[in-house]
Design a protein around this ligand. Structure first.
Ligand code: PAF
Length: 294
């Protein structure tokens, strides 16, 4: 695997490659990231990964300097996965001058859910991803469903800006007890780690409640109206209360349409429009996010 730091050297190395599959990361790689590399290899050739901790997506209260940097072990893992090039620019390589041109996602997508609790986050993500795409010029790029809103926002960015990149969505990798793999899991104490799968269990309970909420179901040839037990708002509120009762501090539990992350109408729920339940909650000092599709 070649490790390349500078944009010009990357361009020289990748000249003439038009099926590159790209996986951008911030390093501190775990099995979830490695699954993205494997999915990338199924789509394009060669696979190119990046490791860059992007200051633009950190709020002043989020500690950019403390973000875990594990470059040597990241390289060893990527090498083992058969990654062809690792692009690992320094801040001055990628941002040689203040990055005053930014990519701002539309507020109805970028300022909700994660965007409400992490203002500016998606602007930072979109700006770096567009810049990385410009450096790497991939044909495919892989993003995990674990960061569902990020995936939707990047997809919409590529569509609106007509970028010649196909975005591939990777399923979330979970530990045996259901906890979604995340770099943040390492901050959990032993007791918190035991409690952490409860977020996924809560999401699954919400999923069940949403399925039960559907107002009509086909029985034989006749459509029968079933009793609606709870509205979506009640289901979300109850999930928040359950998390609080178990010692969590939730930011949101939200049932949304997969297509645009807006709240579904009852008619859409009844019509089986694809939905996703998303949640963010703090356990002790660690903020976890997760989601399940419905
Ligand atoms: O998901 C991440 O790790 C980051 O947001 C990304 C896409 C690498 C941009 O810095």
């Amino acid at each position: 695997m070649r490790v390349i730091q500078q944009i010009d050297a990357l361009r020289d190395q990748m000249h003439g490659q038009n099926r590159v599959a790209f996986v951008p990361t911030m390093g501190n790689l775990h099995e979830g990231h490695l699954s993205l590399m494997r999915l990338a290899a199924q789509h394009g050739d060669p696979v190119l990964a990046s490791v860059f901790v992007n200051r633009l997506q950190f709020a002043p209260n989020e500690d950019f300097d403390k973000y875990p940097r594990t470059f040597e072990s990241d390289c060893a893992k990527l090498e083992k996965e058969g990654v062809y090039v690792l692009f690992a620019p320094t801040e001055s390589d990628l941002y040689p001058e203040p990055q005053t041109y930014r990519v701002a996602p539309p507020t109805q997508l970028g300022d909700i859910l994660e965007g409400e609790f992490r203002p500016g986050f998606f602007q930072g993500v979109c700006t770096v991803v567009l810049k990385l795409f410009s450096c790497v010029q991939p044909r495919y790029a892989v993003f995990g469903k674990k960061d569902y809103q990020q995936l939707m926002i990047i997809r919409a960015m590529c569509r609106q800006l007509a970028l010649p990149v196909e975005i591939i969505a990777a399923e979330t990798v979970r530990d045996a007890d259901g906890l979604a793999l995340s770099s943040r899991n390492q901050y959990l104490s032993q007791t918190e780690r035991a409690q952490a799968p409860f977020l996924y269990q809560t999401l699954q309970a919400v999923r069940e409640a949403v399925l039960n909420n559907r107002q009509t179901e086909q029985v034989g040839q006749t459509a029968q109206t079933t009793q609606t037990t709870q509205t979506i708002e009640q289901i979300e509120a109850q999930a928040m209360q359950t998390l609080v009762a178990h010692g969590w501090n939730p930011d949101y539990v939200a049932v949304r349409r997969q297509i645009d992350l807006l709240p579904p109408t009852q008619a859409e729920i009844d019509a089986h429009v694809p939905l996703v339940v998303l949640a963010a909650a703090r356990l002790g000092g660690t903020r976890l996010i997760d989601n399940v599709e419905v």
